[in-house]
Design a protein around this ligand. Structure first.
Ligand SMILES: Nc1ncnc2c1ncn2[C@@H]1O[C@H](COP(=O)(O)OP(=O)(O)OP(=O)(O)O)[C@@H](O)[C@H]1O
Ligand SMILES: [Mg+2]
Length: 330
């Protein structure tokens, strides 16, 4: 499977300014992230609240500018594009957000909400409506919904409209950022299945961002685990879930039976020490070391690289790299 998207060493620090405009350091939101998205594959990105998942998505979309790094879409460096080239690229990559109520226009009908991106790209009203009907049908909304308004719809139906609107420009890549997090469990399952069906029907490649490990496990071919702006582990889903190597991934998978990282439950086994450090002042060396059960003095000095620990499976931990038994047998 070839790669449709290659992200290399992307970083973003948001500068903080005091009342009088003086620099007060910065929030290191994304720090040296690299990954590839396989053509027609699904990459799941998981990690605690504030670890940089949405910032990463916004960097890929060029909604914010990275400080460094490369984002290559089909071998084209997206970060170098401007003007009409950037506009063209933006059609190829679309996003679906957590809250469809705030992303849909309450004053437009459902049909016009879906047609809107086509109007914005110069398609005439009649042709846009024809296309919009097609995508409403694809997401399982009957024609009778076309003339309704967003407030007439349930949360799940509104998310279907948001998905139709994301697809109407015929993108290659869809980034779903917590797209099912606000929905009830039963509706969640329907929308997840819809994503799977649409992926096949329209040959999409998906980036599926969620704080819920079960959702990521269900959806993904590959998984990437983030911690405080960086990638700690990534690889094929089966590998990462069956054979997690980084102490953070192991803690996530072992600590709670239902792993929803937005709900802070007391872990059954304490595998994580202390609280999440501030991204304003991240720990030196390995960013995870202040919460790691196995930390050693050298973890403060060296930033661990992502090293291959199995086929296509990478982990960023000095101790794992050296095959330390305690980490392996956790
Ligand atoms: N525009 C901004 N200015 C300053 N800091 C920001 C900005 N956007 C995000 N941050 C900070 O960057 C860090 C990463 O935030 P981000 O929203 O990417 O995390 P996330 O993983 O998507 O979290 P969640 O699971 O809650 O959605 C956080 O510390 C956040 O406060
Ligand atoms: Mg987010």
């Amino acid at each position: 499977m070839e790669h449709i998207l290659e992200v290399a060493d992307v970083s973003k620090t948001f500068p903080l300014r005091g009342m009088f405009g003086q620099s007060k350091g910065g929030v290191s939101a994304v720090n040296g992230v690299s990954f590839t998205l396989k053509s027609q594959g699904t990459l799941g990105i998981v990690g605690e609240s504030g670890c940089g998942k949405s910032t990463l998505a916004r960097l890929i979309m060029r909604l914010i500018e990275p400080d460094q790094g490369q984002v290559r879409y089909k071998n084209e460096d997206l970060l170098k594009l401007g003007g009409s080239d950037l506009k063209k690229m933006r059609k190829r990559i679309q996003m679906v957000f957590q809250n469809p109520y705030s992303s849909l226009n309450p004053k437009l009908t459902i049909l016009d909400n879906v047609a809107f991106p086509l109007w914005a790209n110069g398609t005439g009203r009649a042709a846009a409506s024809t296309q919009a009907y097609r995508y409403l049908d694809a997401v399982g909304l009957p024609k009778s919904y076309a003339a309704k308004y967003p407030h007439h719809l349930s949360g799940g139906q509104r998310q279907r409209v948001a998905i139709a609107r994301a697809l109407v420009l015929e993108p290659d890549i869809v980034i779903a950022d917590e797209a099912v997090s606000a929905l009830d469990k039963s509706v969640q399952a329907q929308v997840l299945n819809l994503f799977q069906d649409l992926k096949k029907e329209f040959d999409l490649s998906l980036i599926f961002i969620s704080h819920d490990l079960h959702v990521v496990e269900y959806m993904s071919d590959d998984v990437m685990v983030m911690y405080l702006g960086g990638v700690v582990e990534k690889g094929p889903k089966e590998e990462v879930f069956a054979n997690p190597r980084h102490p953070y991934t192991q803690a996530l998978l072992k600590s709670v039976p239902s792993v929803d990282l937005a709900v802070r439950k007391a872990p059954e086994t304490v595998l994580l020490k202390g609280d999440l450090p501030s991204p304003l002042n991240p720990p030196s060396g390995c960013r995870f070391r202040t919460r790691c059960m196995f930390t050693e003095a050298r973890c403060a000095q060296n930033v661990p690289a992502l090293v291959e620990v199995g086929e296509g499976h990478h982990a960023a931990c000095l101790l794992v790299h050296e095959g330390m038994a305690a980490v392996q047998n956790l």
